[in-house]
Structure formats: C-alpha cells, structure tokens
Design a protein around this ligand. Structure first.
Ligand SMILES: [Zn+2]
Length: 392
C-alpha cells in the first residue's frame, strides 16, 4: 500500500508482548511467556507492528500517541463465539437461575428466531456484538454458524460472519433441528453433503457439538472428516455437559482445538497434551449455567495449551467480554492473572492457528488493547470495570 504514516505509541507503563524471544518478567509472579517490557513503546505502520522496545530507545515516527503510563497487551483473540443469531433467551436464563438445569434443547428457540430473521437483522446483530467486543479490547473474533440448520440459513449465516472476520466456522452440526428429530442420520447426511457444499466457500473451520443430546462420536467424526475433505480445519465442542468422547475424537482427527473441556478423564488430558490440541475453556458458560468450572490447572500442569474465549451465545454465555472471562478464570479456575491474559491472547491465537495476532513483535498485526490501568493484573484485580479498549 505504501506511504502510510507511522505511529509511535509511547510511554506505556507496561507492555505485554507474548513474544517468546523476549526475556520477560523479573517479578516473582510474572509468567515469562508474557514477555513484559516496562516503560515501553511500540511503532505501528500500515496495520503492522514495526518496532517494540523501551520507550527510551524508540525510533522517530510520523505521529505520536502518549499512553501516559497505561499498560497495553495484544488485543484479545476470542476464538469461540456464536454471534449470528436472532431472538432473546433472557427468560430461559431467569428460569435457569430459578433452578432449572440447562439441556441442549434450548438451541431450538434460537434456531426458529434466526430462520425468521432477515439478512439485515442478522448483519446488524453481529455488528453490534462485534462493536461491544472491540470496546472491551478484542481485536480478533471467530464466528460460528449453527442457528440456521438449513442449507440456506447456514450459508447465509456464514456469509454474514465473513463480513466481520476471516475466522468463520461452519457449525451445521450444532443440534439436530426439529424437522429431523426422527432422522438424525439423515441430518448428518445433509450436514456432510449439500449443506457443507454450500457453506465451505465461506468457512475456514468445521465444528461439531459432540455431546449427549447433540452428536455422538461416530457422527462427530463423519462431520469433521467431511469438512476436512473440503479443506476446512477441524475444531470441536467437547466434554461440556459431562464426560464423553469429544476430546478423543478431536485428538484422533488432529483438531486444532477442543472447546469446553469441562469434564475430562486423565486419558483425555493426556491425549490433549500428546496431540498438541488446544483446550479452549469457556467459563462464561459455567457462570451463566451455574455449573462446575473446568480445571485449568490440571490442563496446564499436563502441558496442554489453554485458550480462554467467551462462547458468546444467547443461551449459555451471553457475554462479549474477555476481561470478564479473565476475571472468572482467575477467581474460579485457579489461573494466575498472567496465565489468564496469555490464554486470552496468545492462547486464542494458537486455537486459531494464527501467529500474527496475540503477540506484539515486528511483523505482527498492530492489534493492541490499551488498559486504563498500570498493569495487566488489573484485568482480574478490578472485575467488571471497563479497562480494556482495542487501540486504533
Ligand atoms: Zn460454543
């Protein structure tokens, strides 16, 4: 593009780079993976980072922004979100908080509303949610289909999603829709046949909800393998509501990520570690369904890469806030603030196989979140306070 002016982001009290080449953190509680720089500066140009280091060494730039001691981190990478939907399920939430347990059946309510919505209503819905995310520091988001469940409604969901992100996921295998209640095998044939053909041009990823009440191991395998044959990359919803085969299926097909991972056996944990499959934890779900949280420490101890994401969806986690997810991960899942920030940025990037986001080093995308706070710790230390904003 050329001839684009450079910008110096100066006087950052703390910069989290997630750059593995940068020896980070002298404080005893600091995670070296954060690659922290004190009194830092960043130069960006044409959408890319061109320089990172100490403010005192910063090269000249065309423009300068004075961060006045604020901290900055790589923008959040929300690697799991269901934003293409219509309708409202606040009554279901209220009922659940009054004591009724969640089952996968509630998805059907959103499916009916999504099918009835216009393209413009869906686009407007996604736009509003993405704007919420940006206001809270998210710079990369994955968006799934999965509330259309017809050839036309799934493909239009992905066409809408594609207007907002390159990380689009075909989730025709979210639940079996009511019209196929007596013929789930027929629905799997549709998902792996005509629906896949219509959706693959608009999707990067293939996903399946492998859970009791949704799809079993054989069906999940069939869905993922069909998508992979069309060039899509596999990921999975696994082991959310109880123990099950989802994680093993993920490892078997070489999925990039297994998401939820709330109920794991020792064999599941070992398989994730051995397979290099990212475990994406979605504690907004456990919060919103008042359920036991996944064991992040157990996964990290086994050497599994852990990502954190919102799972933003109207049924079980209607939040767009990665800082809220970080606060939950720290308070409820035993993660340190540094671990949670890493998992919400670099972890999400790993879950999307991206090396240009979730990290701040020369060549990476100029995706930063600036914090109205002196350090990344404040994201968990000050829960519910809007501290993070996507820069730019
Ligand atoms: Zn999900």
């Amino acid at each position: 593009v050329g001839d684009v002016s450079s910008l110096l982001i100066d006087q950052l009290g703390e910069l989290v780079t997630n750059d593995p080449d940068r020896a980070g953190g002298t404080a005893p509680d600091a995670d070296p993976r954060l690659g922290r720089v004190s009194n830092a500066a960043v130069v960006v140009q044409d959408g890319r980072v061109v320089w990172v280091g100490s403010a005192s060494d910063a090269p000249p730039a065309d423009e300068r922004f004075d961060a006045d001691g604020a901290a900055a981190i790589p923008g959040f990478v929300d690697s799991h979100a269901h934003l293409v939907f219509a309708g409202d399920r606040s009554a279901e939430f209220a009922a659940r908080m009054a004591g009724r347990p969640y089952t996968a059946g509630g998805v059907g309510v959103t499916v009916a509303a999504t099918r009835a919505a216009s393209d413009e209503q869906l686009r407007s819905q996604v736009s509003g949610l993405v704007e919420e995310m940006v206001r809270q520091g998210t710079t990369t988001v994955e968006i799934k289909s999965g509330y259309g469940l017809t050839v036309d409604d799934e493909s239009r969901s992905l066409r809408v999603a594609q207007q907002f992100t390159a990380e689009t996921t075909y989730l025709g295998a979210h639940v079996v829709p009511p019209e196929y209640a007596d013929d789930p095998a027929g629905y799997v044939d549709l998902v792996t046949g005509p629906m896949l053909a219509a959706c693959a041009p608009y999707a990067r990823w293939i996903d399946v909800f492998c859970e009791g009440g949704a799809f079993d191991a054989d069906q999940a395998r069939a869905v993922l393998r069909a998508g992979m044959a069309q060039g899509l990359h596999p990921r999975i919803h696994a082991n959310q509501l109880g123990p099950g085969p989802g994680v093993q299926v993920a490892c078997e097909v070489g999925a990039t990520a297994a998401d939820h991972c709330t109920h794991l056996t020792d064999a599941d944990v070992s398989a994730l570690a051995a397979g290099g499959v990212v475990a994406t934890l979605l504690p907004g779900v456990e919060f919103s369904t008042r359920s036991p949280y996944p064991d992040a420490r157990r996964l990290m101890h086994a050497g599994v890469t852990v990502a954190l994401a919102t799972d933003c969806n109207p049924g079980t986690s209607f939040t767009t806030s990665m800082p809220f997810v970080i606060a939950l991960a720290v308070r409820e899942m035993g993660m340190s603030p540094a671990e949670a920030v890493w998992s919400a940025t670099a972890g999400g990037a790993a879950a999307l196989q991206r090396d240009d986001v979730g990290v701040l080093r020369a060549g990476a995308r100029a995706d930063l979140a600036v914090l109205d706070a002196p350090s990344h710790v404040h994201l968990a230390y000050r829960p519910g306070v809007p501290l993070a904003t996507a820069f730019g």
